[in-house]
Design a binder for this molecule. Structure first.
Ligand code: T1G
Length: 667
């Protein structure tokens, strides 16, 4: 199959790209484009060139899978240069998503036409990169500095309508008549002649760069790429001669490409897509139809879970045991939607529409016709088994029965029904309507189509779904406990919560172990006996310190929930510590990394050895989308590879941690 097919229509030579699934600029596409242009320029009968793509989209970028491999085919920059300097006008016809190198290819064409549904963008920053095909120098010459800076720094695509407003495209085609309209447009452009973007002046004000940095300082903390992108925009503004700016872009691009952050973020690009695949399952397995969802429990989790479906137009019946709790839960859902509407995310009509497909109920019987029922009740095995036993007698045949349990044995829950093949875990992360991760827990008897349907519905509601096996805490929480246990131990040896948390936030985590404990609530699972003090948490709870919820936990919190170290908490910890007759000592940040992060990597290896995760990259996906692990480090397993198995094993041995065989074998 030819990746680029030349054809003629009168005096126009048409180059059609066909490189499914996204027409990436693989080496054979670059060769085809270069060869096709050579033919066009050599043929006096050709007066203009039209570049168009088959399939779902215009070129969606360089072929990311080629990065880091030996170069093949024509150099991308040479092909771009040839197009821009062509002596005959070149038109790009855009549909789908013209992204990254794809938009850069369109930018070296002299004119651009797109269908209304097209999107155009430079998402390289999300890969830890920057548009390395001249995008940072040509965008400011077409859309101006402000719009160019926003596009490169955030990486979000813009619509064809906006692109037309900004001059990024010159015309809109009919949604279903791109080929014909683009051909007609190309014929019109013959008379106009080439319009090399490089010859156009940079317009706009550079002040946008400092504004973006100030607005995004928190979001971009630790990231290199956003700042590199903005340095290139500054180079465009400072250099009338595009070649000087292109030199800066090249230097910045090579620096990012050779750095660990881009390797990590490219790893995560593929990891996220890989996670959706279930090894051993037929790709075309028939899915169950999910038209109506039931949610049991209208608390924080039940409400958040319900919103995921309501926001996608899927009706939900939400069941509580008491009217007061049901009313409160429904009220919170409405409030959340109204808050989003106030921020412009929904219209009032949309809010009413979503609330209109929510059916509150006090009876499980009302779940009889639901295709999927998700239980989000109190985290107790007895309670869950009771609920599933009842559902077994109520729900229609073929309904999927899911538990939102965060660590309990899904097989044991399934055994409380006569249909264990229809039981699965759907572990959402709080707040369930915000966090992207969904751990789909595959029970021993979970049917393949139930698993596939659950993964598909997870994607449909905007989640990144990862298959987990049944074990205590599945993937994420199981590794979390391997961080929390040593963190608590380090407190007993003299470290403070603030020191340990600081190591983690400087590493890039949104919060450290003790900040997270305060957020979740120290009294979760507390036995409520203030005289029974067996752990530091017991001691803090006994002193009425439950965390953010009542303004004091490991830290003190003001009304805005801003944390400050607490003398009282430190005194309680010290008093408890002193009874442990452990000598207090200075603990280094490196030891905290070795004692709290390395055991997480080790646990990841154990999870893989036990088959509780399909692949190491799935574990990375869990930690990035469920716990905010910094994506520029690529997840715990990717980061562990960067640290090196030898270094990790040596440290774990030194700290007396039992090393997973597969990790030791790698050292
Ligand atoms: N290279 C290689 N493979 C790609 C790819 C790419 N650019 N984009 C997608 N794929 C694969 C993907 O892995 C999946 O494979 C399949 O295509 C479908 O993808 C020099 C340096 C275009 C919006 O960052 O945003 O240009 O799992 O599931 O939901 O300046 O793909 O089927 O085996 O995402 O319909 C810049 C990345 C590159 C765009 C389509 N471009 N792609 O979404 O399908 S760097 C990007 C996307 C660059 C230059 C720089 C999306 C999409 P598999 P999918 P989708």
């Amino acid at each position: 199959m030819q990746s680029v097919t030349p054809s003629r229509d009168g005096e126009i030579l048409i180059l059609t790209v066909n490189n499914p699934p996204v027409n990436a600029l693989s080496w054979h596409v670059r060769d085809g484009l270069g060869d096709g242009l050579d033919v066009a320029l050599a043929d006096d009968g050709v007066k203009g060139v039209l570049l168009i793509c088959d399939g779902q989209t215009f070129i969606a970028g360089a072929d990311i899978s080629e990065f880091g491999k030996p170069a093949q085919g024509r150099n991308f920059l040479d092909v771009l240069d040839a197009f821009e300097k062509a002596s005959k006008p070149v038109v790009a016809a855009i549909h789908g998503t013209a992204l990254g190198g794809g938009l850069e290819t369109a930018l070296v064409c002299h004119y651009r036409i797109a269908v209304p549904s097209a999107k155009l963008g430079v998402p390289e920053v999300k890969l830890g990169l920057l548009p390395g095909g001249g995008g940072t120098q040509r965008l400011p010459r077409v859309v101006g500095i402000e719009q160019a800076a926003i596009m490169v720094a955030h990486g979000e695509p813009i619509s064809a309508a906006k692109a037309l407003d900004f001059g990024l495209i010159d015309a809109l085609a009919g949604e279903t008549t791109l080929a014909a309209d683009a051909l007609a447009f190309a014929k019109e452009c013959v008379a106009k002649g080439p319009r090399p973007t490089r010859d156009r002046p940079v317009t706009g004000e550079i002040a946008i760069v400092e504004k973006l940095k100030a607005e995004n300082a928190r979001k971009w903390k630790g990231f290199e790429a956003p700042y590199a992108n903005l340095r290139c925009i500054e180079a465009a503004a400072a250099n009338a001669n595009i070649d000087d700016g292109l030199k800066v872009e090249r230097e910045e691009f090579v620096k990012l490409m050779s750095g660990s952050q881009s390797a990590a973020q490219r790893h995560m690009f593929f990891a996220e897509r890989q996670a959706a695949k279930i090894d051993g399952l037929a790709k075309d397995i028939a899915l169950r139809d999910i038209k109506r969802v039931g949610v049991i429990g209208a608390g924080t989790m039940g409400g958040g879970i319900s919103m995921n479906f309501l926001s996608k137009g899927i009706p939900v019946t939400i069941v509580e045991m008491a009217q007061e709790n049901l009313d409160r839960g429904v009220g919170v859902i409405r409030k959340n939607y109204e808050n989003s509407a106030a921020k412009g995310r929904f219209t009032t009509e949309q809010v009413e529409g979503m609330m209109g497909i929510l059916t509150p109920s006090l009876s499980l019987d009302d779940l009889a016709d639901c295709d999927l029922v998700i239980e989000a009740v109190y985290e107790s095995m007895d309670v869950k088994k009771d609920v599933f036993g009842k559902l077994d007698g109520i729900c229609k045949a073929g309904a999927i029965l899911a538990s939102n349990t965060s660590y309990l044995d899904v097989d044991e829950i399934a055994a409380s029904t006569s249909r264990p093949q229809d039981v699965v875990g759907m572990h959402f992360f709080s707040p369930a309507n915000v966090m992207k991760l969904l751990e789909v827990v595959r029970g021993e008897k979970t049917a393949d189509d139930v698993l596939a349907t659950t993964m598909a519905i997870g994607k449909k509601i905007g989640k990144v779904a990862v298959v987990a096996g049944v074990c205590h805490g599945f993937i994420g929480n199981r590794m979390l406990s391997q961080r929390q246990i040593p963190a608590n131990q380090l407190l007993m040896e003299g470290a403070t919560p603030a020191q340990i948390d600081k190591v983690h936030t400087e590493f890039g985590m949104p919060m450290g172990p003790f900040q997270m404990s305060d957020l979740a609530g120290l009294d979760i699972g507390w036995h409520r006996d203030p005289t029974r003090i067996e752990t530091v948490r017991d001691a803090l709870c006994a002193a009425g310190r439950f965390g953010q919820k009542n303004g004091k936990g490991f830290y003190d919190y003001d009304e805005k929930r801003v944390a400050t170290p607490s003398a009282e908490a430190l005194a309680i910890i010290e008093e408890f510590r002193s009874k442990s007759n452990l000598a207090k000592r200075d603990i280094t940040d490196q030891e905290i990394i070795e004692r709290t992060l390395y055991p997480m990597v080790n646990e990841g290896y154990l999870i893989l050895e036990e088959g509780k995760a399909q692949r190491a990259s799935d574990i990375d996906v869990v930690w990035i989308y469920g716990y905010g692990w910094p994506i520029y480090r690529g997840g715990p397993m990717f980061w562990g590879d960067l640290e090196g198995a030898k270094k990790i094993v040596e440290a774990l041995d030194r700290h007396g941690v039992k090393v997973a065989d597969s990790l030791r074998a790698k050292a």
